[in-house]
Design a protein around this ligand. Structure first.
Ligand SMILES: [Zn+2]
Length: 256
C-alpha cells in the first residue's frame, strides 16, 4: 500500500463527531500506521478563542498517544488569512504541534472571503496566495488544495492555468510543503460528476508530482470515518505518484 495513515481528522474539540479517544481507537481498529488529530484552529473556533483549551486538547492527544497501538500526531488545521500568506498560527502554538495543516477557507480574504468578481482575477489571487503562503514557516501541509468549487463563480481544477500550477508547485517544493490529497475533496465540487472531477484533480496532482512536491493523505473526518482514504489512494495511483513522494508520518516527529 502506498500510504496507510490519516493525517486529517476532527474531534469534538472542533466540529468532529467523536472524541479524541474514539478517533484514535478508530485509527487503531482500522489498522492504520498513524493518525493526526487536526482540529480547527481558526478565528471563531473554540480552540482558537478559549484561553487554555489548546493545552487541554494537546494533553488529551498526548495521553492517547501513550495507550494507543498506532502513532498519534498532535496536529491542527489553521487557515489562510490573506493573499500575503498570513495564517491563523503563531510561533508558540506551532512549536507545540507535530503537524500543521492550513486550508483556504471562509477567512481567506480575496479568495473565499470577498472574492473578486472576475474569474481570472480570482485565479490570479489563488496563485499569489499559494506562492506566498508556501514560504510561511508555520505549517507543513496544504489541506485539500484548490477546494474552490463552492464559490459563487466556482473554479474547477481544469480552470487553473498549467503555468500557474507549476509556479505554485515549485514554491511548495522549495519550501518543503506537502500537498494533501484529501479523500472527500469532491465535496467541494457539487456541480461536477465524480468521474470528471477525479480526472481533473489527477491532472493537478500529476503536475505537482512532476515538480517534486510530496503528498499526504487524510479523510478530513468529521463523521465519515477515520482512515477513509480510498479516493486519495486512487488519485495518487492514477497520477503516478511514487511511494517516495508520499510523506512518512514519522518524519513529522523529527521536525522542529
Ligand atoms: Zn479539516
Amino acid at each position: 500500500m502506498m500510504a496507510n495513515y490519516d493525517l486529517h481528522t476532527h474531534t469534538t474539540f472542533s466540529d468532529g463527531a467523536h472524541t479524541v479517544d474514539i478517533t484514535v481507537k478508530f485509527a487503531e481498529a482500522m489498522g492504520l500506521e498513524a493518525v493526526a488529530i487536526t482540529d480547527h484552529l481558526t478565528p471563531g473556533t473554540r480552540l482558537y478563542e478559549e484561553e487554555g483549551l489548546l493545552d487541554i486538547y494537546l494533553k488529551e492527544v498526548e495521553r492517547a498517544s501513550k495507550w494507543a497501538d498506532v502513532l498519534v500526531l498532535k496536529g491542527a488545521e489553521a487557515t489562510i488569512l490573506d493573499l500575503e500568506g498570513h495564517i491563523s498560527m503563531d510561533d508558540e502554538t506551532f512549536s507545540k504541534l507535530d503537524v500543521v495543516l492550513v486550508d483556504l477557507g471562509g477567512h481567506s480574504r480575496g479568495i473565499i472571503r470577498d472574492p473578486p468578481k472576475s474569474r481570472s482575477k480570482l485565479l490570479a489571487n489563488v496563485t499569489k496566495c499559494v506562492v506566498e503562503v508556501a514560504s510561511n514557516p508555520l505549517f507543513h501541509v496544504l489541506a485539500h488544495p484548490f477546494s474552490l468549487g463552492r464559490l459563487p463563480e466556482p473554479i474547477e481544477p481544469s480552470h487553473i492555468p498549467q503555468e500557474d500550477l507549476r509556479e505554485m508547485a515549485q514554491a511548495m517544493r522549495e519550501n518543503g510543503k506537502v500537498f494533501e490529497v484529501m479523500n472527500c475533496t469532491f465535496w467541494w465540487f457539487p456541480r461536477m460528476e465524480v468521474k470528471r472531477f477525479t480526472e481533473q484533480y489527477v491532472d493537478i496532482v500529476r503536475t505537482f508530482a512532476q515538480e517534486g512536491v510530496s503528498f499526504s493523505v487524510g479523510s478530513d473526518d468529521h463523521r465519515t470515518g477515520v482512515g477513509n482514504i480510498g479516493w486519495s489512494l486512487r488519485v495518487l495511483r492514477e497520477a503516478e505518484v511514487t511511494p517516495e513522494q508520499i510523506v512518512d508520518p514519522k518524519a513529522f516527529l523529527d521536525r522542529t
